[in-house]
Design a protein around this ligand. Structure first.
Ligand code: HEC
Length: 136
C-alpha cells in the first residue's frame, strides 16, 4: 500500500515536471529575440526599427558595417544606384523579393531630408539647393 502511494507520488511529480519543462522551452525563443519598438534604434545594427529593417540586416551586413548605411542619406533613386553598383562591382547578390522592402525602408528612414530620431549621426549634409541665376 505504501509502495503504491510512493509510486503515485513519483508519477505525480513527473506529471508536474514535464509540462513545466515544455512551457519553459516554449518561452525561450521569444525571450532571446528582443522585442524592439518601432522607431527605436536596434542596438545591434544601429538601424531604425521599422518594416524592412530585418531584410536590411539580412542582406546588407555581411560585407561592411551598417554604419555605411546609417551615416548616409540618399534619395530612393540613389539608394537603388548604390545597390546596382554593389551588384555590378562588389558581388552583392540579387535581393529578390527583399529589394522593394529594403528600398522602401532606406528611402523612408535614410533619405536626404531625414535623420532618424531627429539626431544627426555623423553623416553627409543635405544636398545644396542653390538659387541659380543667369550669367549675363
Ligand atoms: C557583397 C558585399 C556587399 C554587400 C552584401 C553589401 N554591400 Fe554595400 N558596399 C560594398 C562595398 C565593397 C562597398 C564599398 C566600401 C568602401 O568604400 O569602403 C559598399 C559601400 C556601400 C555604401 C557606401 C556607398 C557610397 O557611395 O558611399 C552604402 C551606402 C552601402 N554599401 C549600402 C549597402 C546596402 C544598403 C546593402 C544591402 C542592400 C549593402 N550595402 C550590402 C559591398 C557590399
Amino acid at each position: 500500500m505504501i509502495r503504491l502511494i510512493g509510486l503515485n507520488l513519483i508519477l505525480l511529480l513527473v506529471w508536474f515536471y514535464i509540462p513545466q519543462k515544455v512551457e519553459i522551452e516554449n518561452i525561450k525563443p521569444i525571450l532571446s529575440e528582443p522585442m524592439l519598438a518601432i522607431g527605436s534604434i536596434d542596438p545591434d545594427s544601429q538601424l531604425v526599427v521599422d518594416e524592412g529593417y530585418i531584410q536590411v540586416k539580412q542582406h546588407c551586413q555581411s560585407c561592411h558595417s551598417m554604419a555605411l548605411v546609417t551615416q548616409n542619406y540618399f534619395s530612393r533613386e540613389v539608394w537603388l544606384e548604390k545597390i546596382r553598383w554593389m551588384q555590378a562591382e562588389q558581388n552583392l547578390a540579387d535581393l529578390g523579393e527583399s529589394e522593394k522592402p529594403i528600398l522602401d525602408y532606406l528611402a523612408k528612414h535614410y533619405n536626404q531630408n531625414h535623420k532618424p530620431g531627429g539626431k544627426s549621426i555623423s553623416g553627409r549634409r543635405r544636398n545644396l539647393d542653390p538659387e541659380w541665376y543667369k550669367l549675363d
